[in-house]
Design a protein around this ligand. Structure first.
Ligand code: PLP
Length: 421
């Protein structure tokens, strides 16, 4: 017999949907509930990851349309299946070679997103018993990959801190003779530019620590260049190539949904690693491959990068970064207001740290500037902020308008602020 309670009710007496409501209320109470929002098209974008403003650039649009219209062979728009079945094409393989050459990598493998790439890499590459050392601020997709990984242990080191990496690695070497004798692989997982803090990782210093402590060569770097792609380095090739250390990085991940105005990601690696991923990365194997429209848009973006046409956009972003940096330094901050600017000199991502990020973001949005409050669990507790991203298409006047708006917000007495907004 089926009782009333057993229909849709858990042993706690709550239905599934009631427990969803409770969970959402708990988030609401912590000001951490996420919502989908659509902001007016006329608002000034200080939020998206479209750093080069390529997604609205006529040069990009025209070249893309020419690709789609003039591709000599007949290309169906849909890929028709997984890369391993019907979803592969000469176009996709040629695109991989083009991107690998641009990034001075031996080989490249296309994934449907950076999320899929990080999951595929970290769930399959570390072997049973291997050790993963990761920066405390790496992206959620890398955490997902590590969760699925067969690696024996994973240890966190402090954000962008070579001293912390050294301490953590030293402790592992002392505990585990296999790390020292080179028979256990050690993966170091970092990003080149961090999505929320916008800071550039000290990759060379990390490499020096690993070279010194693991001289037998069992240290492998995995660097996610999601936020550096198109924005940093020679022709936008990323931080690793700016440093000239591409030969020392085992795997690089470049994603196309940010500055490259497209979608998908490329894993840069050696040919055997590429082959291994094709065989073992489930986020590549069990999903329909990107269709031609996305391949063509990735191709378009890389042609613009390699021809140097995006360099002026990179320069423009750097100019605006300098302007915003200086303008923010002129803000008059009342002592009673918690407000700090966190910014790495060359980064298009700024963090405006305040205890009232939602209020500040909403004040700026009402003034016509799109900025977002970033709350836990996306970032650690106590690190709430408003994230501001600059784009090649922003103007100096827009930057000044944003800073004036922030000043107006700071000028409102904190005690009244909650009611005035
Ligand atoms: C550092 C980092 N890696 C990976 C991803 C995921 O990339 P994608 O948006 O292509 O799935 C993101 C995107 O938010 C990111 O910031």
């Amino acid at each position: 017999m089926t009782s009333q309670r057993s229909i849709g009710a858990s042993p706690t007496g709550k239905t599934l949907v009631e427990s969803f409501r409770d969970a959402l209320s708990r988030r609401e109470a912590k000001s951490a509930r996420r919502r989908l929002t659509i902001l007016p098209q006329t608002a000034v974008d200080f939020s998206s990851n479209d750093f080069l403003s390529l997604s609205t650039a006529p040069a990009y649009r025209n070249r893309y349309l020419a690709h789609v219209n003039n591709t000599p062979e007949f290309f169906p728009f849909a890929s028709g299946g997984s890369r391993l079945l019907d979803g592969n094409s000469a176009y996709a393989e040629e695109l991989e070679r083009f991107v690998a050459d641009f990034h001075e990598a031996p080989a490249a493998l296309l994934f449907n997103s950076g999320y899929d790439a990080n999951i595929g890499i970290l769930s399959s590459i570390p072997q049973p018993g291997d050790l993963i050392l990761y920066d405390e601020l790496i992206h959620a997709s890398s955490h997902e990959g590590m969760r699925l990984s067969r690696a024996g242990r994973r240890e966190m080191f402090l954000h962008s801190c070579p001293v912390s990496l050294r301490e953590v690695l030293k402790a592992q070497i002392e505990q585990d003779s296999k790390v020292k004798d080179g028979s256990r692989n050690v993966f170091v997982v970092v990003e080149s530019i961090y999505s929320m803090d916008g800071d550039v990782a000290p990759i060379k210093k990390f490499l020096d620590v690993v070279d010194e402590l693991l001289p037998l060569g069992n240290g492998y770097f995995i660097v996610d260049e999601a936020h550096a792609t198109g924005v940093c380095g020679p022709k936008g090739a990323g931080v690793v190539q700016a440093l000239g250390v591409q030969d020392r990085i085992f795997i690089r991940v470049h994603t196309f949904g940010k500055a490259l105005a497209s979608h998908g990601a490329m894993v840069l690696c050696g040919p055997e690693t590429r082959d291994y991923l094709i065989n073992y990365a489930r986020s590549l194997i069990y999903t329909t491959a990107l269709g031609f429209p996305f391949l063509a848009s990735i191709r378009t973006a890389y042609e613009l990068l390699s021809s140097g046409e995006t360099e002026s956009l990179q320069d423009r972003v750097q100019k605006l970064i300098g302007h915003l940096h200086k303008s923010l330094a002129t803000l008059q901050i009342r002592q009673s207001v918690m407000f700090e600017v966190d910014h790495f000199p060359t980064s298009p991502i700024f963090s405006l740290r305040t205890s009232q990020p939602r209020e500040l973001a909403s004040f700026c949005q009402k003034a016509g500037f799109v900025v977002r409050a970033i709350m836990p669990p996306t970032i650690p507790d106590g690190k709430e902020r408003v994230r501001v991203c600059l784009h090649a298409g922003n103007t100096e006047e827009e930057v000044e308008g944003l800073v004036e708006t922030i000043q107006s917000w700071l000028d409102i007495a904190p005690a009244q602020r909650g009611t005035k907004l």
